[in-house]
Design a protein around this ligand. Structure first.
Ligand code: AMP
Ligand code: TRP
Length: 330
């Protein structure tokens, strides 16, 4: 079945192996039989303290990594969020649909915000995310567990808007990844590998890390106190994470089956390092080729933004009309 799948990534750090295995690779694989919409959510990066030059650099880097990962701009729509002004315009209409009570219940806001100098946009951000989703009549939103609540809110806002002002939006579904690919931090296997970690964090493999750096990070990965290689995410989170990475990077068999082939952590780590380096190599090669052709990348992103606007504009117009706004005489 043809799904309309959409996802965004906030350019708040250099993308990690977790972003690749849990998101980009999946988008690229799905791209062949879905109508995919993938964007760099630069507006979302403005909700917490940021540095303009770094944001511009990471927006570009993230967009290049989308393309380098194999998202095909001819089949999918790939663009930078702020190049499509309909997102902000619809977000405002959804801020006029959402209640402060429900926004205040968002776990992410409670964790990161709620202080006098919290940016107002961090509070309203789920409305922008809902706009991202509803503008493209999306029916599948593959996100990590931390975003479930925001997708639920998008659904609630769509239903409320439709009920109050008439059928306007397609109500999206939450799409759960088939294999729960959650890559943990190599230095702290109980937390997720996070692109927003400090730049030099030793347990975070970045998609653009050189082979030497990848190998060093993997060889230093925290394992468990005994020396038996077995797969048990609860009692052996470090080794289990390495086995999952190996399985996702092309290892043959499930993590449990792979475990039976090793009798030392050292040999396992060597193979994980090789597998990660091998998985990232073609992406890094395509990245270098794209970087050498900045004009081509600009064109691809401009075409993506045009295509996105063509799809988003009629939905925004429908919402504007339904809520009671008028159009200027032409
Ligand atoms: P984030 O980096 O948290 O903004 O997430 C962007 C996308 O990458 C989402 O689809 C996440 O589910 C995915 N993602 C981020 N970190 C990981 C990770 N450590 N393991 C698996 N998927 C991840
Ligand atoms: N908020 C998401 C995150 O921080 C990124 C995002 C923005 C997104 N808009 C979206 C994800 C729409 C899915 C759909 O990870």
């Amino acid at each position: 079945m043809n799904h309309r799948m959409l996802s965004g990534i906030t350019p708040s750090g250099s993308l990690t192996l977790g972003n690749y295995l849990g998101a980009l690779k999946r988008f690229a694989d799905a791209g062949h039989d879905t109508d995919g919409t993938f964007f760099v959510a630069d507006l979302h990066a403005l909700t917490i303290a940021h540095e303009p030059a770094r944001l511009r650099r990471l927006t570009r880097e993230t967009a290049l990594l989308f393309l380098a990962s194999g998202i095909d701009p001819d089949r999918s729509t790939a663009f930078v969020q702020s190049h499509v002004p309909e997102h902000v315009a619809l977000a405002y209409l959804l801020e006029c649909t959402a209640y402060v009570g429900e926004l205040g219940r968002m776990v992410q806001f409670k964790e990161k915000g709620g202080r006098p100098r919290t940016r107002a946009s961090l509070f309203t951000y789920p409305c922008l995310m809902a706009a991202d989703i509803l503008l493209y009549e999306t029916d599948a939103v593959p996100v990590g567990g931390d975003q479930d609540q925001h997708v639920e809110l998008a659904r609630d806002l769509a239903v409320r808007f439709n009920r109050t002002y008439g059928e306007t939006f397609v109500v999206p579904a939450l799409s759960r990844p088939a294999i729960a690919a959650r890559v943990a931090d190599l230095a702290d296997p109980t937390s997720k590998m996070d692109k927003s970690a400090l730049e030099g964090a030793s347990g975070v493999v970045r998609m653009l890390d050189s082979p030497d750096v990848v190998r060093r990070k993997v060889m230093r990965a925290v394992t468990d106190s005994d020396s038996e290689v077995s797969y048990d995410p609860h009692t052996k989170p470090g080794v289990s994470n390495l086995l999952e990475i190996l399985a996702s990077c092309g290892g043959v068999g499930s993590p449990a089956v792979l475990a039976s082939r090793y009798d030392s952590y050292g040999a396992l780590k060597q193979d994980v390092a090789d597998a990660v380096i091998g998985a990232l190599a073609p992406v890094q090669a395509r990245y270098a080729a794209l970087e050498a052709e900045p004009g081509h990348v600009d064109e691809v992103l401009a075409a993506g933004a045009r295509r996105a606007r063509e799809r988003a504009a009629p939905v925004l117009d429908r919402a504007r009309a339904a809520i009671g706004l008028s159009e200027p005489a032409s």
